[in-house]
Design a protein around this ligand. Structure first.
Ligand code: BGC
Length: 743
């Protein structure tokens, strides 16, 4: 860690060497693989504990049995439920990211954990990726600038962040085997920067190597990724932990910079880095030094976390479920919701004029914290939108709730649970025990056919049940002072282990919304989900509010925004395409077909693609409305010593409410030598302003903000020349422009 002072660091390294010398080969090996599903082995004799890990990004996951994939069934592991990373990213607020990291770290430590398997910072290549809700953005700068404070917040609690999934884990389909073929420049400009910042700026103590392959090699055994880039170029000296079941080859895993093998099987001694490795060492095919290198990194992690060493007594104790945590979670939720449309000042609603309110849609009453895959948690509580509205309005308003559409229930069972499903090349047997595959090549066709048949059966069931539900909803909509629709997605759809089949709203919601808008033009449409959806009815709705899975206080934040106590300030951290066909993945392929996919689009995904193709999305990157208005003026530049460019401009709140605006700064090279995206986000600043007030914003662009990765130099280079600086309220709404010249 760079913040360790040099002397301490030297001392620590000495202690590591002395411990290492005392250890037998068996003891060392016991440390580098799982000893239970979420804990590594320790060496009791020397006072070295195992490392306790836990998922995940939205809160500390419930306890599992040590040797099977079944919750322990405890009553003391309920926790605060944090907004998902997609919600956090929509705040465009690094301070909120720090706070959320701090809450997660404190709760993890409070539950006795050493490593929290978060944050997920993969770049969103396709809107259909099942885990997008866990990730932040399609843009590397936005992701990096939020990941860094988040990690610092976690680690301020003497808990390690485990930044995942390194690298390019951009699809769930065939995630264990797919080979993502990505060119060097795209890796360095798009898929690496947030990880690099996590390591170099946030000093992340651990990194999780992904399931997938990158350019031919599984990430857990990928020398180019782990040795050359992560340790070599970026100087990472923390621990690399495998994704669960992501290690395949003993010699390769032993000889690259992977330090800890975790998996889903209970046969811990048979892990790749257990007995099979010992055999290879005995035969002289792998040197013991390979094991020593791993143990050093794990011991260093333990010293940093004060798990061992002289500072042990000073280790922070953490706390979970504190009122403070809930306050911070509420503030983040309030800042995360995005007002996509608001005509005729449909919002905010005036509570004093509403005696009868009709709320329609399953997501009004749904709970989301317990789903999504490894991000699932057992929340202390979760306030759904309906409860938020009722708590806000009190007993004098008659609130009528109707579900509107049918959602087939999928029960979790532990003889066939999601984790088993998601590890599609491993085999699930009964009672949560995962057993190893027999290695025979699989024919997935029968399985796929069964999935399709299942989907068809479900669609027919939904259609049949919806007839009565639609009629009921339409009647209820007619007879009310105001109507709020709360639909969207859920974790049957936004989930680990599977990608979405399309970008449509499920359960015939589009038909229902169309029908409702016919009888109630003023219906407020609100959607909750983890990834973009097509909104074919969007021109007909007056108001649309989008929320990602926003944590335990979702309903409170939701009511606050709808009734105007809170002025929305969320902005999209990803493009919302009009139709899926507009996305680059519709052209280049979403999933690796035949086990691999070439990311031909290179840098051109997200807004970079929409810009280049001149496609107007439904709602662009960086977009989000407020109940007030902001003007931008007076852009000036000053070149500082060292070639940095200092920009200033003024943002003014010209409306009647206090509100916050995120000003975004994009750089657009003029006449660039290399192929460059039309423009790229390089900085942003969120300012809160009272009505009529203005603030001078100052932003410094460094030379590296103008750079691109040169494959000949294998490094970033900055060309002299002219660059347009664009300051805007979104990627398409550019308010100020100027030209900066770099010499
Ligand atoms: C997921 C990881 C998670 C791990 C442990 C894997 O399936 O990809 O994100 O941390 O399981 O639950």
């Amino acid at each position: 860690m760079k913040t360790d002072n040099k002397k301490n660091q030297k001392k620590t390294e000495k202690e590591i060497e002395s411990l290492l010398k005392k250890m037998t080969l068996d003891e060392k090996i016991s440390m580098i693989h799982g000893a239970s599903l979420f804990r590594s082995g320790g060496v009791e004799r020397l006072g070295i504990p195992g490392i306790e890990t836990s998922d995940g990004p939205m809160g500390v996951r419930e306890e599992f049995m040590s040797d099977r994939w079944i919750p322990a069934g405890n009553n003391d592991d309920r926790v605060s439920y944090l907004p998902s990373n997609s919600a956090l990213a929509s705040t465009w607020n690094p301070y909120r990211a720090y706070e959320m990291g701090k809450v997660l770290g404190a709760e993890a430590r409070g539950r006795g954990k050493d490593v929290i398997l978060a944050p997920g910072i993969n770049i969103k290549r396709s809107p259909l990726c099942g885990r997008n809700f866990e990730y932040m953005s399609e843009d590397p700068k936005l992701t990096a600038t939020l990941a860094v404070p988040f990690i610092r917040g976690v680690q301020d609690n003497d808990v390690a962040a485990c930044v995942k999934h390194f690298a390019a884990n951009v699809q769930e389909t065939d995630r264990l085997m797919v080979d993502e073929k990505i060119d060097e420049r795209t890796l360095h400009e798009l898929y690496f920067p947030a990880f690099k910042a996590a390591v170099q700026e946030a000093d992340a103590y651990s990194v999780m190597a992904a399931y997938n392959k990158v350019n031919g090699y599984h990430c857990c055994e990928n020398k180019q990724l782990l040795d050359d880039v992560l340790r070599g170029e970026w100087g990472f000296d923390g621990a690399v932990i495998s994704d669960w079941g992501g290690v395949h080859l003993t010699k390769e895993a032993a000889e690259c910079s992977l330090d800890l093998e975790m998996s889903v099987f209970p046969d811990f001694d048979e892990y790749v880095l257990a007995n099979p490795l010992k055999e290879l060492i005995k035969k002289g095919e792998v040197s013991e030094e390979a094991v020593d290198a791993k143990v050093r990194n794990l011991l260093r992690l333990m010293f940093r976390l004060k798990m061992i060493g002289k500072e042990k007594a000073d280790r922070k104790q953490g706390a979970y479920n504190t009122p403070d945590h809930r306050q911070m979670i509420l503030r983040t939720a309030q800042e995360s919701m995005i007002l996509l449309k608001n005509e005729k000042q449909a919002l905010p609603l005036n509570a004093s004029k509403i005696r009868k309110l009709t709320v329609i849609g399953q997501n009004a009453a749904a709970i989301h914290s317990d789903g999504g895959g490894s991000a699932e948690i057992k929340a202390l509580y979760e306030i759904c939108p309906l409860m938020g509205l009722k708590c806000y309005l009190g007993g004098n308003t008659q609130v009528t709730y109707v579900p509107g559409y049918y959602v087939p229930e999928k029960r979790k069972t532990f003889d066939h649970n999601w984790q088993a499903d998601s590890l599609d090349d491993l085999k699930a047997s009964t009672a949560g025990v995962l057993t190893r595959d027999d290695g025979a090549p699989k024919d997935h066709r029968a399985e796929e056919e069964e999935h399709i048949a299942q989907r068809q059966r479900e669609a027919a069931e939904v259609h049949e049940k919806n007839q009565a539900l639609f009629a009921e909803a339409i009647e209820a909509a007619k007879d009310a002072d105001a109507v709020i629709f709360v639909g969207g997605l859920n974790h049957y759809i936004d989930s680990e282990g599977a990608d979405r089949a399309d970008m449509k709203l499920p359960y015939e919601q589009d038909e229902l919304i169309e029908a409702l808008l016919k009888v109630r033009k003023d219906m407020i449409v609100t959607l909750i989900g983890g990834s973009p959806v097509e909104m074919p009815w969007k021109d007909k709705a007056q108001a649309i509010l989008w929320s990602y899975y926003a944590g335990m206080e979702t309903g409170t934040a939701f009511a606050g925004i709808l009734f105007g106590d809170i002025n929305p300030s969320g902005k999209l951290a990803e493009t919302f395409p009009d139709v899926y066909g507009d996305c680059v993945t519709a052209k280049n392929g979403q999933f690796g077909v035949g086990g691999s996919i070439s990311l031909e689009e290179g840098l051109y995904c997200g807004y970079r693609y929409f810009d280049r193709q001149r496609i107007t999305p439904a709602f662009c990157f960086g977009y989000g409305l407020s109940y007030t208005h902001f003007t931008y003026s007076g852009l000036t530049f000053k070149t500082e010593k060292g070639g940095e460019i200092k920009l200033t401009f003024t943002v003014r709140n010209t409306g009647r409410r206090i509100g916050a605006e995120t000003a975004q700064i994009y750089v657009a090279p003029i006449g660039a030598k290399a192929d460059r995206p039309d423009k790229e986000l390089k900085a942003y600043s969120k300012v809160e302003l009272a009505p009529g007030k203005s603030r001078k914003v100052t932003v410094t662009l460094k030379r590296e903000d103008f750079a691109y990765y040169d494959v000949n130099a294998h490094d970033f280079v900055t060309d002299a020349g002219d660059y347009e600086i664009l300051v805007g309220a979104s990627c398409a709404d550019i308010r100020l422009k100027g030209i900066a010249t770099l010499t």
